[in-house]
Design a protein around this ligand. Structure first.
Ligand code: BV8
Ligand code: ZN
Length: 245
């Protein structure tokens, strides 16, 4: 059943009295834009799960297949746009004295919606990195060649994203941990709380006394730890949280 009215009102009161809000988002915040989530029923590509392809091993074994997967996502994302959840978060940023949005998503939709204080934990699909000279550049071509090569050194390019089994950039992870340890309220939106270390950020916030609100279609492994669980669509609930104060 969808979130209770009094729960939404309580969440609005907490948000209205928060000095610093940290938001953590996952694939569910982009679901209503038409972006397949990782673990949902629509999360397959040619029978593969993203978790099978988003690994350095898959790229070493068959870079053409991994690039075909990312090209498919690039051409899909080029036709999609931010949804009311992304837009509500932009309005929330404008209303609060201190606001940081930490996303696990690589879809660039928060940035396109207008979020400014954004930490992209896992990189960005429109950024590529050379496997030779390590140059990182933005490339918004919808389809890259089967095996795209670096203009500078000719080596193979890869998506500048964090694959499973790869470490997050230390400075990026550190800024996300600081944002979790210093907020009074954390809003966790559309994540199954499975992927680490991102999922531990909500626990970090809870451990330092923040009030943690979860917005999700269904309960997650974290739900019973958290202060408030609002069940429903992010694109419906987030605008309601804005209206409430
Ligand atoms: C690391 C970029 C350490 C790529 C992503 C063995 C070896 C090494 C590491 C591990 C290991 N075993 C486990 C690990 C850790 C591993 C991990 O967590 N694995 C999981 C599968 C158990 N983590 C890592 O590997 C990380 N690195 O640990 O390094 C290390 C140390 C030393 C040396 C080497 C390594 C790196 C993880 C980063 C992976 N990259 N993305 C790409 O996108 O192509 S993660 C990927 O999953 C996406 O970023 C995605 O955002 C993220 C998390 O998933 P969710 O966002 O939660 O999405 P999901 O589909 O699961 O859930 C959607 C939710 O939304 C659901 O709850 C649903 O109910 C809800 N929802 C749906 N619709 C809506 C909604 N809610 C509201 N409204 C709606 N409309
Ligand atoms: Zn290069």
């Amino acid at each position: 059943m969808d979130a209770e009215v009094q729960d939404i009102e309580r969440a609005c009161q907490w948000l209205a009295t928060t000095e610093q809000l940290t938001v953590l988002t996952g694939a569910g915040v982009s679901a209503e834009s038409g972006v397949p989530t990782f673990r949902g029923k629509d999360g397959l590509w040619r029978g593969f799960r993203a978790t099978d392809l988003a690994t350095p091993e898959a790229f070493a074994r068959d870079p053409k297949q991994v690039w075909a997967f990312y090209n498919w996502r690039r051409q899909l994302l080029a036709s999609l746009k931010p949804n009311p959840a992304h837009e509500a978060l932009v309005r929330l940023e404008a209303k609060l004295p201190q606001f940081i949005l930490v996303t696990q998503n690589i879809d660039d939709l928060h940035r396109r919606a207008g979020t400014r204080k954004l930490i992209e934990l896992h990189g960005n699909i429109w950024m590529v990195r050379c496997t030779g000279c390590q140059t990182v550049s933005r490339n918004e071509d919808v389809w890259l060649p089967e095996l795209p090569s670096c203009d500078d050194c000719g080596a193979l390019l890869r998506p500048h994203v964090v694959w499973f089994g790869e470490q997050l950039q230390p400075a990026i992870l550190k800024s996300a941990v600081v944002a979790s340890r210093t907020c009074q309220t954390m809003l966790v939106i559309g994540t199954s709380a499975i992927v680490q270390p991102a999922a531990s950020l909500a626990i970090e916030a809870k451990a330092q006394g923040a009030r943690v609100i979860e917005v999700n279609l269904e309960p997650t492994v974290h739900s019973h730890h958290l202060d408030l669980v609002l069940q429903g669509k992010a694109g419906v609930l987030l605008p309601q949280l804005l209206e409430g104060w």
